[in-house]
Design a protein around this ligand. Structure first.
Ligand code: OGA
Ligand code: MN
Length: 284
């Protein structure tokens, strides 16, 4: 496995590994170690399929069920579509409610931070990409935490935060009632520690609604401040997708967002799986 760093704070391009074949245990260990170390991993030229992506996801842990499908219909699927492609001939336009719902991904977030057991990593594979736009941006809340003053770190270290999908996602599109009912607000630690390397990070993003036992105004001041501090343009790394790219990101410490594309003009076809985290963050 050849690992080439992509940004000062995080991220690496990884060559010399075929994610689509059976992975020997030492390669799985090396992938976990690279996730702990680099937080975002880009694997170009992967000949991916849904079956291979599901096997890869299972090799890394327990696949998370897609909350959108489960929330709306009760059906369980461990892979989901990102983008606007329905099949080889048809796509969803800008006016399609599903296209509108996916625009919530354009707010900085950590996948599934609104679940009691949030996600460890997301795996996104690109099949078709728009000629313009559709870039995904990433920042590290580990680097951001390390840039805080010691006084600020001490102020936030033991706080807990309410995360709420309906709070964040109704900003961009309505959330179906069944889906909303399936995702009550839950509590997370504000500061998390990587169990392997003991590096700490804060954990906010758009699903972070309020600080437990703080007023609304004080809550929003702190959460907005931490989000802005982490997402300053100079700290971002952008993934301009090529078909065949597979990207892993560590949701425990990374924030990401989509940047949008014109769904009336372009097709964007990506498939996503998520590996469940080790447990509720307040037990970490
Ligand atoms: C996601 C996501 C952003 C994008 O897949 O979880 O937020 O660029 N994607 O599609
Ligand atoms: Mn996401």
């Amino acid at each position: 496995m050849e690992i080439e760093p992509l940004h000062d704070d995080f991220g690496a391009r990884v060559r010399g590994v075929d994610l689509t074949g059976p992975l020997p245990p030492n390669q799985v260990d090396a992938l976990h170690a690279a996730i702990d170390e680099h937080s975002v991993l880009l694997f170009p030229e992967q000949d991916m399929s849904d079956e291979a992506q599901l096997l890869l996801t299972k090799a890394l842990g327990e696949p998370e069920e897609n909350h959108l499908l489960f929330g709306r219909t009760g059906e369980i699927a461990h892979i989901g579509t990102i983008g606007n492609v329905i099949d080889a001939k048809t796509k969803r336009d800008e006016s399609d409610p599903h296209t509108q719902a996916l625009k919530g991904n354009n707010l900085w977030h950590s996948d599934s931070s609104f679940r009691l057991v949030p996600s460890y990593v997301s795996i996104l594979h690109a099949y078709e990409v728009p000629a313009e736009g559709g870039v995904t941006e990433f920042v590290s809340q580990r680097a951001a935490y390390e840039r805080l003053t010691p006084a600020k770190r001490a102020e936030i270290d033991s706080l807990h935060v309410l995360h709420d999908y309906v709070f964040s996602r109704t900003k961009t599109a309505p959330v179906d009632d069944n889906h909303a009912a399936s995702l009550p607000p839950i509590e997370q630690k504000l500061v998390r520690t990587n169990p392997r390397n003991a590096r700490r990070n804060y954990y906010v993003g758009s699903h972070a609604r309020s600080i437990i036992s703080w007023s609304g105004i004080d809550s929003r001041r702190l959460i907005d401040e931490l989000n802005e501090f982490a997402t300053q343009p100079e700290h971002r790394w952008s993934q301009a997708w090529q078909p065949g790219d597979t990207v892993f990101w560590d949701n425990r410490c990374i924030l990401h967002r989509g940047t949008g594309y014109d769904a009336d003009r372009f097709r964007r076809h990506m498939r996503q799986t998520r590996v469940r985290g080790a447990g509720p963050t307040f037990e970490e």
